[in-house]
Unconditional design. Structure first.
Length: 363
């Protein structure tokens, strides 16, 4: 079918805007009669480990899911980049679930990693293309239902991957007796509230665009996050470098002192993704370390976080309230919009960035 930009200037803008709808569709696909319906072959009870393998943005979706599977379902998770995993000959036991996440389902390294695990472990794929090699060669395929993604920089596929992985972690927690029916029902209601919250976040696009135009003047940008927000800091940096060609790095906030603080001066914006949570005060002290060195902090937080942060940030973007567990899905939007508007400000080819391919089918 012919796909157009639906009135948007770029496919990426359209795909960012579609997220409330496609996430709603992904949720509707898996949530039936108050339960999460996954292929019955997925036997969470006997698992002792999950191994997740992917490339690029899908790798960051896996890193986020590690927090969910470990904290909610109590299953140890290892996450690896496919090109590293495939050549290391990692030992894989029969009680391992190996999960391969790929928008296209055709990434050469991810497919090779899947083939390495064939006959050694239970294999699940999380893909956007049901007919793809990775979807077909897995024991079970969990479609992300994002619809065709045309922009080279992945946006809606990322948040749909997160949605499906969150559902899988909740299902695993319930199946392993770590979560009762009422708690599961509460979490499902929280997930179903996400499309509305995402729409509110999209409503702040103008403010985010203004911040992005300021960020676009920088040569180097640092993204910081802690806990569930750490993988998003990595993804925010990847998105910005992919399409605006601004050098960006993502770091765990607690690692600031172990290197990146040496780079801080007034020319380096530091984007801190930090909703108010149990670790927020630690993040505030990281921000103060940056500000004490003349660094410019762009804080992306919620209302409580904005009130609790000391004065002195360069800019603060206030996101809608969101249940803590699912904040990575919501905070993906400002990260995407920052990259998008920075790229537009720089006049780069947003949908077809130089040197990059949508799907890397050769090594
Ligand atoms: C390329 C794309 C990225 C994508 C990565 C993995 O680098 O430009 O947007 O995240 O491949 O692709 P996959 O289809 O396996 O998710």
């Amino acid at each position: 079918a012919h796909i157009d930009k639906g009135g948007h200037k770029h496919f990426m803008a359209k795909e960012i805007a579609e997220q409330p709808t496609v996430i709603g569709e992904a949720l509707a696909h898996y949530i039936k009669g108050g339960d999460i319906v996954l292929p019955t072959q997925l036997d969470f009870a006997r698992l002792d480990r999950i191994v997740m393998v992917a490339c690029g943005t899908a790798f960051y979706a896996c890193l986020t899911a590690k927090y969910w599977f470990e904290q909610v379902a109590g299953i140890p998770v290892e996450v690896d980049i496919a090109s590293e995993f495939r050549y290391r000959e990692p030992p894989i036991g029969p009680n391992t679930l190996a999960v391969f996440v790929s928008q296209s389902g055709e990434t050469a390294d991810t497919l090779a990693a899947l083939r390495y695990c064939a006959d050694k472990a239970q294999i699940a794929a999380v893909t956007n293309v049901d007919t793809s090699s990775i979807a077909r060669e897995a024991d079970v395929n969990l479609p992300i239902r994002a619809g065709a993604e045309i922009g080279v920089a992945s946006t809606k596929a990322f948040t749909c991957q997160l949605t499906v992985l969150a559902l899988t972690a909740l299902k695993a927690a319930h199946a392993r007796g770590r979560m009762d029916d009422d708690t599961l029902a509460d979490h499902l209601a929280e997930l179903q509230s996400l499309p509305g919250r995402l729409n509110h976040a999209l409503g702040q696009a103008d403010e985010i665009a203004a911040a992005a135009r300021a960020v676009a003047e920088a040569q180097d940008v640092l993204f910081l996050g802690r806990g569930r927000m750490y993988p998003l800091a990595l993804e925010g940096a990847l998105k910005l470098k992919e399409i605006s060609y601004i050098h960006a790095e993502g770091y765990a906030s607690g690692e600031l002192k172990h290197g990146p603080i040496a780079l801080i001066d007034k020319t380096v914006p530091v984007i801190v993704m930090a909703p108010r949570d149990a670790l927020f005060d630690k993040t505030v002290s990281n921000m103060q370390e940056v500000m004490a060195r003349g660094g410019k902090v762009l804080l992306i937080t919620d209302r409580e976080g904005a009130a609790a942060a000391e004065e002195g940030t360069w800019r603060t973007l206030v996101m809608p309230e969101c249940p803590a567990l699912f904040e990575p899905i919501l905070y993906a939007l400002p990260a995407q919009l920052l990259a998008y508007h920075a790229a537009v400000a720089k006049g780069t080819d947003v949908d077809q960035p130089r040197n990059l391919a949508k799907s890397v089918t050769v090594e």
